[in-house]
Design a protein around this ligand. Structure first.
Ligand code: GLP
Length: 240
């Protein structure tokens, strides 16, 4: 695991974007795995800037996202589908037909998980972007999710509902469930770039980099992956 510690969020975002842009430059047909949350927004802004200034093209990429809230349609402004369109897809030349997220409003969630797993099996990620939850979750794989899990329905923990409520009008509006790629789906990526920022991530980052490899801290599984780059700012790295 390569760990890059940056002065601040801006530098973290720039460095992490370089990793993704490099993958696309080497392989214009790459499969890109994306994440939501506040942490990767700067990374996406750097990709947009590079696209506009240097012309890096996403015309032929295929994208897969980690997760989606259950019950929110793609046009709901808190859905991850909406997040991806407004923070990235609408600003680059990606073919939106080639962008994929689990569908949280699907009538049968079990079939939706099966569909998404088949999609991931046939499109292994060349690079997977990750953030980290303050309890060490990746995607929506909460503590004690088995390492061999694939896309599944998740009951969100109180901790995650509370963390994510800052983006909703009230905590009652936060969905209680989500569909998430499993840990096995994440680990199949050829490379992984993780962004972490802020003091509230420091404990999780310490566990991920230096702690025991255990489902109790899902991100610790990344120690077993051969090509992980963790880019974190000084605050997130403060316990390393
Ligand atoms: C959510 C997402 C995760 C993300 C985490 C941290 O729970 N499902 O993929 O890593 O939030 O988000 P943030 O970057 O906003 O702290």
């Amino acid at each position: 695991m390569k760990v890059i510690i940056t002065e601040n969020y801006e530098e973290m975002s720039k460095k992490a974007a370089e990793v993704v842009i490099d993958v696309v430059k080497k392989n214009p047909n790459a499969v890109l795995g994306f994440a939501t949350g506040t942490s990767p927004i700067g990374l996406y802004q750097n990709m947009i800037k590079d696209h506009k200034e240097n012309g890096t093209s996403y015309k032929n990429v295929f994208t897969v996202n980690l997760d989606e809230y259950v019950g929110l349609k793609a046009d709901h402004d808190q859905s991850y589908a909406y997040f991806m369109r407004t923070n990235l897809f609408d600003h680059i030349d990606v073919d939106q037909k080639n962008t994929n997220l689990p569908i949280g409003s699907a009538p049968c969630l079990k079939s939706e998980c099966d569909r998404y797993n088949a999609l991931l099996d046939s499109h292994p990620q060349d690079v997977q972007v990750l953030g980290i939850g303050s309890n060490g979750h990746i995607g929506f794989n909460e503590p004690n999710t088995p390492f061999d899990s694939v896309t599944h329905l998740v009951d969100l923990t109180e901790n995650t509902i509370k963390d994510n409520s800052r983006l909703f009008n009230s905590i009652d509006e936060v969905p209680r469930q989500a569909l998430s790629m499993g840990i096995k789906n994440i680990m199949q990526a050829k490379s992984i770039v993780m962004v972490a920022s802020g003091k509230n991530k420091a404990e999780a980052v310490r566990g991920m980099v230096k702690g025991e490899i255990t489902p109790a801290l899902p991100a610790s599984v990344l120690q077993l992956h051969p090509f992980v780059t963790v880019v974190c700012d000084k605050d997130a790295a403060s316990l390393l």
